[in-house]
Design a protein. Structure first.
Length: 287
């Protein structure tokens, strides 16, 4: 699993004694991993991407020390938002479950799941919160990672992210909207057009006409409001449509055509990018 050195995963991999006991590529830069650690000192600096941490076992002897010292416990939940810096002392054993999302992916989820402007989201820096409603999905994610079950892990990931975003205590409520995004009505019109034309060639010019903007301003405003560019949003929707069709038992060649992929190889590459597995493997897993 590839992760940048300035992500939580990268820091643990390159600058600590932590050991990974399993990881999964969940597509579009999303991933999860199980770690153990003991007798270590970890410093994170200006993290790239967001990380959600859940202490599966132990944690009483793990301290965040760059602020008033506070120690963890089994079941403790933490959020490492993008740009986060902190310092930790690990005096005793620990097993933790991590979920990682790029910033644009989390903003896309916020826009879709909460029906709000993605630019409004600002995660709080959370160290050791009670994981109200999160214990079950984190436990399922742990089991899926142990079993290397990407299908289950993806399903749990969506539930977990939705549960986290639904809890206002994990957001910084002081954030103000950034001017220049799409209005919700225009955003829905553009998204509805994309949804109705997943099997077609979708041009930026067509989306700009729907929004009443230039192509440049549509591109910039869409990403600001939805978290991702129009092309990345289209890629997401095509992969989700393909997953639904595969679940329904449609032949892969028919799925590729109906979802706007130019060839079977294009379909396979795009599907793996979005899910971490090839279409045939996904079909075998749901069977």
């Amino acid at each position: 699993m590839k992760q940048k050195g300035n992500s939580v995963y990268g820091f643990l991999q390159e600058h600590s004694t932590a050991i990974t006991h399993g990881s999964l590529d969940l597509g579009f830069g999303r991933s999860c991993a199980i770690w153990s650690n003991s007798n270590d000192h970890v410093q994170y600096d200006k993290l790239e991407g967001h990380a959600f941490s859940f202490y599966v076992r132990d944690g009483q002897d793990v301290w965040r020390v760059d602020q008033a010292p506070i120690h963890g416990w089994p079941g403790a939940f933490s959020i490492f938002p993008q740009g986060h810096s902190s310092e930790w002392r690990i005096d005793g054993p620990l097993i933790m479950m991590h979920l990682y999302l790029p910033d644009e992916e989390l903003r896309r989820c916020y826009s879709e799941m909460m029906d709000r402007d993605g630019s409004l989201l600002q995660l709080a820096d959370v160290t050791y919160a009670e994981p109200e409603g999160l214990i079950a999905p984190f436990s399922r994610l742990f089991e899926a990672t142990c079993q290397q079950d990407q299908l289950l892990a993806q399903e749990v990931m969506f539930d977990l992210v939705a549960d986290i975003l639904a809890q206002k205590r994990f957001h910084d409520q002081r954030v103000k909207p950034i001017k220049g995004g799409l209005s919700l009505s225009v955003q829905r019109k553009v998204q509805d057009y994309i949804e109705a034309h997943l099997g077609d060639v979708v041009k930026l010019r067509e989306l700009a006409e729907i929004a009443g903007l230039s192509e440049f301003h549509l591109q910039r405003s869409f990403k600001q409001s939805c978290g991702v560019s129009p092309s990345r949003y289209l890629a997401h929707r095509r992969v989700e449509r393909a997953k639904d069709m595969i679940r329904a038992g449609e032949p892969l060649a028919q799925v590729a055509d109906a979802c706007g992929f130019s060839s079977q190889s294009h379909f396979s590459r795009s599907f793996k990018t979005g899910t971490g597995v090839m279409p045939a493997s996904f079909r075998a897993a749901i069977s």
